[in-house]
Design a protein around this ligand. Structure first.
Ligand SMILES: O=C(O)[C@H]1O[C@H](OP(=O)(O)OP(=O)(O)OC[C@H]2O[C@@H](n3ccc(=O)[nH]c3=O)[C@H](O)[C@@H]2O)[C@H](O)[C@@H](O)[C@H]1O
Length: 435
């Protein structure tokens, strides 16, 4: 109908405006008809092209994935490969060859440094996204650089990059820590969780399953998988089918994905459920970190409280204890059993709680910070928001203790003292300011 209108409209326009239209022969009429058809096809294509341009522009601009997650990274070349090889050089007898994803992150930096200092070959990978202050990530990178760890700038979704890394270095282990963290941010940017914690994890596993030899993988799950579980302390075999946040759901999905790759391809996989890890070089989006910043600035801090003045508590776990757990998981990981993308026999599949076993109410955390900072906090008690937070976490660590020799030794008071000392020296030196 609209096409008919369009044809007649084109046909009625005189070739020379204002001139009388001559009678036409049938031949001329056919010619005009063909040229009208050509014009129509041409304009239809232009019109369609415009619609497509507008469509793609609107979908990309409204995409909730931050632009820097779809950023392209440059990598490759002889000098680059040389740096990769030098960073991955093993210096200890029986040393491991480890690719650490998320190496510029909080846990990633500490684990990379610990592996390097005991003589393992370490290569880092990080996309340096702007979820929080990237200058802190750059400072961690500089720290690792000084100890000889090179961090490749790239995304775990880049299969070509990961494949290249395995071509250059035959990694025996992958410590997979790259992830979109934070329980509350998942309401703001759900896609970033799917991008990193699901799609990214699958692309890491895809490359690992095709590598020859296949590496063993240790990766970061989370205490948040226990979700609304009320049975305490949390045991690995407790219910994990009631996540309270999308973050938790993507970590739980990761555990199921790990099962699949172990089952089909014989990948050795160990998931570590971290319990609210804190310490020097930590994440500014976490409560202990921004409470410190805001107490020092005299700003009021929101302290969550459950219904009926119920206490909100966390099994805060100090970074050095977590690092020991990560290294023990790498050291006890058995080899993967597949090759050429096929499983030869069944492979190791493990999951461990890495917590501290002593939950502390958030209000006590604030009291410790007040004493350490010598500043009274402006407390603002607020209802626990329904955007991902759970009321408490508490780890049972007996299987990590038995099988990994994991034994946390740092209480919250001691750990926060180390954090505050680092915080003050980091933000007081130079012109850095906590964001
Ligand atoms: O174990 C995990 O797997 C997760 O640990 C961490 O999550 P959480 O335990 O929620 O830590 P965090 O935000 O520091 O809140 C700490 C406490 O302060 C309370 N809290 C928080 C904010 C606030 O404004 N007020 C407040 O009282 C809040 O209710 C909570 O009780 C990691 O961020 C997450 O990435 C994941 O690794």
């Amino acid at each position: 109908m609209s096409q008919m209108k369009l044809i007649s409209h084109i046909d009625n326009i005189p070739s020379t405006p204002g001139k009388f239209k001559m009678e036409k022969s049938p031949y001329i009429h056919r010619l005009r008809f063909h040229s009208s058809l050509a014009k129509l096809t041409f304009w239809s294509f232009v019109f369609l092209g415009l619609i497509l341009v507008f469509f793609f522009r609107s979908t990309t601009s409204s995409s909730p994935i931050p632009s820097d997650l779809s950023r392209t990274y440059s990598w490759g070349g002889l000098a680059w490969e040389k740096r990769v090889r030098v960073s991955a050089r093993i210096r200890a007898s029986n040393g491991l060859l480890v690719l650490v994803t998320g190496a510029a992150g909080f846990v990633g930096t500490h684990v990379s440094a610990a592996l390097k200092s005991r003589g393992d070959g370490v290569l880092g990978l990080d996309n340096f996204n702007d979820y929080y202050d990237t200058s802190l990530k750059r400072a961690r990178q500089a720290l690792l650089e000084r100890s000889g760890v090179f961090i490749i700038e790239g995304d775990i979704n880049d299969i070509a990059l990961l494949t290249k890394l395995f071509e250059v270095v035959p990694f025996t282990h992958v410590m997979h820590l790259a992830a979109q963290a934070g329980v509350r941010y998942a309401m703001e940017n759900p896609s970033s969780y799917v991008h990193s914690n699901i799609a990214g994890f699958v692309s890491v596993l895809e490359v690992c399953k095709s590598a020859n030899p296949q590496p063993a993988i240790v990766w970061a799950s989370s205490s948040s998988v226990y979700g609304l579980n009320t049975k305490v302390p949390f045991l690995e075999k407790d219910r994990t089918d009631q996540p309270a946040s999308l973050y938790a759901a993507t970590k739980k999905a990761g555990e199921e994905i790990a099962h699949t790759y172990n089952h089909i391809y014989g990948l050795s996989l160990t998931g570590l459920r971290f319990f609210t890890v804190y310490g020097p070089w930590g994440r500014p989006d976490m409560a202990y970190f921004f409470f410190t910043r805001d107490i020092l600035r005299g700003k009021s801090i929101p302290i969550f409280e459950a219904a009926d003045h119920g206490t909100v508590a966390r099994d805060f776990t100090y970074i050095d204890d977590i690092v020991k757990g990560c290294l023990a998981a790498l050291d006890t990981a058995e080899k993967s059993t597949g090759s050429g993308g096929k499983k030869k026999r069944s492979a190791q599949l493990r999951v461990y709680n890495l917590g501290n076993t002593s939950p502390v109410p958030v209000s006590n955390l604030v009291s410790i910070l007040e004493r350490l900072l010598k500043v009274k906090a402006k407390r603002s008690i607020m209802k626990l928001p329904r955007n991902g937070d759970v009321q408490f976490t508490h780890a049972n660590i007996s299987s990590a203790q038995r099988e990994l020799g994991y034994k946390p030794t740092t209480d919250l008071q001691t750990g926060l003292k180390n954090f505050v000392r680092w915080y003050l020296s980091y933000y007081d030196s130079g012109n850095k300011s906590a964001q």
